[in-house]
Write a protein that binds this ligand. Structure first.
Ligand code: ADP
Length: 415
């Protein structure tokens, strides 16, 4: 089944086209047919696409909205020069899987969309006003372009964390704010943590109930997750993705009273301050240079830039703090697992994080660590008390498989 995976941001769209079915899932032979990203939707959009085995196509075109972008994308997918042998008309796109950021408390599993499902996602807009509307635009656009009979599935970033116990998801605020307004921690990056936990199980041969790990998704956005019995019991992002680790441009944890103080000092309204916390803080804010970890490491190496080092140290220190907290929460664990752009590719950052964990017997093997770039690998020594792994994430693959499974379940329940 050819499944189009859409991840719609406010002005961007990432996509993959994946061929999967029961046999492919079983054999782990899902086929990536094409992938790409369209940025700056709403003005002169930048498009970068690649068909599997082909060259990268880059172009700039005015695309007015998500509908325009998806319309263009479908044309490209079926055009002869895109050269995807199994896609010759729109009818060859059999289903669409959407990454949806917020599912609130009710949408805790991937969902085959109908009118009621779309309404339920709309009900979560209040919780994710920046993200869910873009996801809904993508859903509506796909319906308009491919027709209402093409099944669409929503896979929620929050869903994996629905198993968190109340003591971990509640803030220590007056309880009625949770009851009345749903103020609680929801967590995000759930599809990534879930995928990594699943791959970890395959790699180690452990039964699901024996999986007790700390997963670290370190990309532009960053989050840690404590997984016990294969399910999430705690995670570092909160009501919004702002809480927790230091990220590319997000501050992560801070004292909320800073908001009032800064608002007074800088004469800034709250909304603008939240923009600073989301877009001008983290690695970018501390270094004053960039949100890109590669560039910070280069600045440190080539120019001994003090604030780049400070940003990296803050980043690694916060990750260590969460590892410590989650090992306590889990009462010990089998492994720590790195994923995300930084976690998968930077041996140096992994080493700097783990360097402060010798006291609990974490011992990286420098050679294994250096070789583990963008691939699954054990990077700790045989005598390390906790194993440390690198497991590249693949959220799109999980979305494709969930999409297939939801449709399969519908068809087999109906019989
Ligand atoms: P997103 O969260 O947007 O999906 P990614 O998971 O792709 O982002 O991660 C992007 C981050 O990964 C950037 O900070 C980038 O600098 C970092 N990164 C990628 N490769 C490396 C590397 N080899 N060394 C250090 N950082 C890297």
């Amino acid at each position: 089944m050819n499944i189009l995976i859409l991840n719609c941001g406010s002005s961007s769209l990432k996509f993959q086209l994946i061929d999967t079915d029961l046999a492919r899932i079983d054999a782990d032979t899902d086929l990536l047919l094409a992938r790409g990203v369209i940025e700056r939707i709403g003005s002169q959009s930048l498009i970068s696409l690649i068909r599997q085995g082909g060259a990268v196509t880059k172009l700039a075109l005015p695309l007015r909205d998500h509908r325009g972008a998806i319309e263009w994308l479908c044309q490209w997918l079926i055009a002869p020069d895109s050269d995807i042998p199994t896609i010759n008309s729109r009818a060859d796109i059999h289903a669409v899987g959407h990454r949806v950021v917020h599912g609130g408390e009710k949408l805790t599993q991937s969902l085959l969309l109908d009118t009621a499902g779309i309404k339920a996602i709309e009900d979560c807009i209040e919780l994710a006003p920046l993200h869910n509307p873009a996801n809904l635009d993508g859903i509506r656009a796909a319906t308009a372009i491919l027709g209402p009979s093409v099944p669409q599935v929503a896979v929620f970033d929050t869903a994996f964390h629905a198993t968190m116990p109340e003591k971990n998801f509640l803030y220590a605020l007056p309880y009625q704010y949770y009851r009345r307004y749903g103020v609680r921690r929801y967590g995000f990056h759930g599809t990534s943590h879930r995928f990594v936990a699943y791959r970890y199980r395959l790699l180690t041969g452990l039964a699901r109930q024996d999986v007790r790990i700390v997963t670290l998704h370190l990309g532009n956005g960053c989050s840690a997750c404590a997984i016990d019995g294969g399910v999430s019991v705690d995670t570092s992002m909160g009501m919004t993705p702002l809480e927790g680790l230091v990220m590319g441009t997000r501050s992560g944890d801070l004292d909320p009273a800073i908001l009032e103080y800064l608002s007074h000092k800088e004469g800034m309204p709250l909304e603008q301050l939240l923009g600073v916390l989301n877009k001008q803080s983290g690695l970018l804010g501390v270094s004053g240079l960039t949100n890109d970890m590669r560039e910070l490491l280069a600045e440190e190496r080539d120019h001994k830039d003090r604030r780049s080092t400070l940003a990296i140290e803050l980043f690694c220190g916060r990750v260590r703090r969460y590892i410590g907290a989650y090992l306590a929460e889990l009462n010990g664990a089998n492994s720590i697992v790195f994923t995300g752009g930084i976690g998968e590719n930077s041996a140096e950052i992994r080493a700097r994080i783990c360097d402060g964990l010798r006291w609990i017997g974490v011992e990286l093997d420098p050679a294994l660590n250096a070789q583990a770039i963008g691939r699954e690998a054990l990077i700790s020594t045989a005598s390390s008390r906790l194993a440390v792994y690198v497991i590249p994430t693949n959220e799109e693959l999980l979305i494709a498989r969930d999409t297939f499974r939801c449709i399969w379940a519908r068809d087999h329940e109906a019989v």
